[in-house]
Design a protein. Structure first.
Length: 368
């Protein structure tokens, strides 16, 4: 967070010339966006946010729109700094709360002092997803064991339309707006990650990729695939997939004969088994691709709904490498020919890189 003294006198006065007050305000913005505000309601928190922004920008609730526009332009450094830092914190916090990330993704945050340095102990296949819009270009190359490598980052951006005047008047929730920005950026991240995971599958041999219906006729084949991966890696394995894919496992399990504790877990998880034939099961969060709105002819998911991943879970070297460059940048578009209602369009630019490293086998079951 920038020091309070780097901003103008109006901003300094709004925070009573105390940098700690600015830090507390930034924490309030993050808590509000996550829905984790303590001691006050979400409505009261948003009221505090609006009032503090007004004070920092030197405006009153009765000010006319033109005065508000001038205040935003004059203080955009403060506004954008708060947006940028809140987005970064929301994204990183979200990653750390995601079980898949915790178990399989090695994250380097350059903004926190990490070095862009990863190590691969054994010979491996590197799979990189280059994302442009809804298109993915996969790059694969062999890496010799015992070497260090870095993950190249790329800038990506998204534009979000919002009438910031409405935020300052309290008519639009600023915290929700920032949360939507972070959500859109995470959608991009997960899309790239899933694309890299799908691309990594192309390097697996036929022994590790099976297909068929999830029914009693194929039960033994899926059990054997899980066992083979466990033996090949010396590790326990977990069956991962989207909720739709995991729910298909119930066709091969008679829940009615299961212990009461298993039944409770099954119904509590919405029809997903926490354990199938002795193998742990875990959901990978699903999402819709950008543009899947109310008028879309079809729904496109980010993660395949007809694929299960059988992944070793106690292999020391996490196979997904994510480098977060921590360089969020927000720019403001105020071209009157672009937005004739004089509202603002924010372009959020973010830099990150994702690689998938295969130095141990995993399995894929394609559901037919």
């Amino acid at each position: 967070m920038k020091n309070l003294m780097t901003f103008n006198t109006t901003v300094q006065n709004a925070f009573e010339n105390d940098n700690e007050n600015l830090v507390c305000f930034r924490e309030l913005l993050s808590d509000a966006a996550r829905g984790e505000v303590k001691e006050v309601s979400a409505k009261e928190a948003n009221k505090k946010i609006v009032e503090k922004f007004r004070a920092a920008l030197g405006i009153e609730p009765t000010d006319r729109p033109q005065a508000i526009k001038r205040a935003i332009r004059a203080n955009k450094d403060l506004v954008f700094t708060l947006i940028e830092e809140t987005i970064e914190e929301l994204m990183i916090t979200g990653w750390m709360e995601n079980p898949f990330f915790m178990q399989f993704v090695e994250v380097k945050n350059l903004a926190l002092g990490d070095e862009n340095d990863f190590y691969v102990e054994d010979d491996a296949i590197l799979s990189v997803s280059k994302v442009s819009g809804n298109h993915h270009n996969m790059i694969r190359q062999r890496l010799a064991g015992g070497r260090h490598f870095s993950v190249a980052g790329e800038w990506f951006g998204l534009k979000i339309y919002a009438d910031f005047e409405r935020v300052l008047t309290g008519a639009e929730d600023w915290a929700s707006f920032v949360a939507k920005v972070a959500e859109a950026m995470n959608r991009y991240l997960y899309n790239a990650l899933y694309a890299a995971l799908r691309g990594a599958k192309e390097n697996l041999g036929a022994n590790w990729v099976k297909n068929g219906a999830l029914d009693t006729a194929n039960k033994a084949t899926l059990v054997k695939l899980c066992q083979d991966i466990s033996m090949a890696t010396g590790s326990e394995v977990t069956i991962f997939g989207a909720r739709t894919a995991l729910s298909s496992l119930t066709a091969m399990a008679d829940v009615n004969w299961a212990p009461e504790s298993v039944k409770k877990e099954y119904y509590a998880n919405g029809g997903i088994l926490g354990n199938w034939e002795g193998f742990a099961c875990a959901e990978i969060g699903q999402g819709l691709k950008r543009g899947a709105g109310i008028n879309s002819a079809s729904v496109e998911y980010m993660l395949d709904t007809d694929r299960l991943y059988i992944i070793p879970t106690n292999v020391a070297n996490k196979f997904v490498k994510l480098c977060n460059y921590g360089e969020t940048q927000v720019s403001q578009v105020t071209d009157k020919d672009t937005n004739r209602d004089m509202s603002y369009e924010y372009e959020v630019m973010y830099k990150m890189g994702i690689n998938v490293i295969l130095n141990s086998v995993f399995g894929v079951w394609e559901i037919i």
